[in-house]
Design a protein around this ligand. Structure first.
Ligand SMILES: [Zn+2]
Length: 248
């Protein structure tokens, strides 16, 4: 089985990207991926646009073609009452399994006051927080997450892109130091991923595509680097099932 913990749907007004339901499901089929956790491409900064893309993802979770779960992504600078209302709706009513902060897209330092509110919501709702790291320094430098990690040792944190190619040493450092930190190394080169495997092991690393054209590339990295089947299964789906409490 293969589960992708980080894919997108919709139209992104920050990164100028776009993907529809058919494009995602077909890519999963082409690559032998059983499904994934889908989050919004970054919508415009109106709550109604956030609600609309979350609803669209919720509709996709009902498909019989693949196993799809939702992840909420809400701009942390909305008023806390508005933020909470949509976060609770996504997790409690739509059954979403996590919440994302994209520091570069949300203009949010991951240890800032508004980000701390998101961490508190994740703690209350008992879902992992995913934080984009890599592109968008200094907010997206994995080290920017450290202060929050010290304050929230009970909130599971997945570092999306694990710092990417330039900053994966910092992400690996955090995953070694904090029990609740996991790495999702999409876009990290094979040498960086190889170092991660040596330093934190395969129980802390999660497969993801982030982009449909990157799906086979990411799979090739792990299949080349990990020869033990149990280790590979951990990275390809078992860690995701455990961390996000997925029913498969
Ligand atoms: Zn992404």
């Amino acid at each position: 089985m293969i589960i992708d913990v980080h894919s997108h749907l919709g139209e992104d007004c920050v990164f100028d990207e776009e993907l529809d339901e058919r494009g995602l499901l077909d890519a999963y089929e082409r690559n032998g991926v059983d499904g994934g956790i889908v989050q919004p491409y970054l919508p415009r900064i109106y709550m109604e646009d956030h609600v609309a893309i979350h609803n669209r993802i919720y509709e996709l979770t009902k498909t019989k073609e693949k196993k799809i779960w939702g992840m909420a992504s809400i701009n942390p600078h909305f008023r806390p009452d508005d933020y909470d209302k949509e976060a609770y709706r996504c997790i409690k009513e739509l059954g979403f399994v996590g919440i994302k902060i994209t520091p570069i897209g949300h203009a949010t330092h991951p240890s800032s006051k508004d980000a701390f509110h998101v961490w508190e919501v994740c703690r209350e709702l008992k879902v992992p927080i995913m934080i984009h790291t890599g592109a968008g320094i200094p907010f997206s430098d994995p080290i920017s997450v450290e202060k929050a990690l010290e304050a929230f040792p009970d909130v599971t944190c997945v570092l999306a892109h694990a710092g990417s190619e330039m900053h994966n040493q910092q992400a690996t450092y955090l995953a070694r130091k904090f029990e609740n930190v996991f790495l999702e190394p999409s876009w990290v080169g094979v040498i960086g991923v190889s170092n991660m495997i040596k330093q934190v092991g395969c129980t802390k690393i999660l497969y993801s595509s982030d982009n449909v054209h990157n799906m086979p590339v990411e799979l090739a990295k792990y299949r080349e680097l990990i020869k033990n089947k149990d280790d590979l299964d951990n990275v390809l789906y078992k860690n995701a099932v455990r961390i996000y409490n997925l029913k498969i």
